[in-house]
Design a protein around this ligand. Structure first.
Ligand SMILES: [Zn+2]
Length: 95
């Protein structure tokens, strides 16, 4: 059984050093706004950072999968949930 305790979640207005987004794996450049999310998962401390738009996507994704909030780190599309990305791909290909 997994156990997840949220320690803090905050918005950081200006990053002082580059980070890697836990959602899309792309760099969060110095000076940009991002979200930091720290939790304890199965006894291990984790600190995740997100682009603002990826944080929003993660939120929407949690709703899509009944709020369990699980995702594969670094394998997502920037600012998009899996479903939104799939929908975009279908639009891009003419029927
Ligand atoms: Zn991102």
């Amino acid at each position: 059984m997994s156990y997840c305790e949220v320690l803090h979640e905050k918005e950081i207005k200006k990053s002082r050093k580059p980070h890697r987004c836990s959602w899309c794996g792309q760099e969060i450049p110095v000076g940009s706004t991002y979200r930091e999310f720290a939790n304890v998962y199965e006894g291990e401390f984790q600190c995740n950072v997100f682009h603002q738009e990826c944080w929003d996507a993660c939120d929407r994704s949690a709703v899509e999968c009944d709020g369990d909030g699980e995702y594969y780190p670094y394998y997502n599309h920037r600012g998009l949930t899996e479903r939104e990305w799939e929908a975009q791909q279908q639009e891009a290909v003419p029927a």
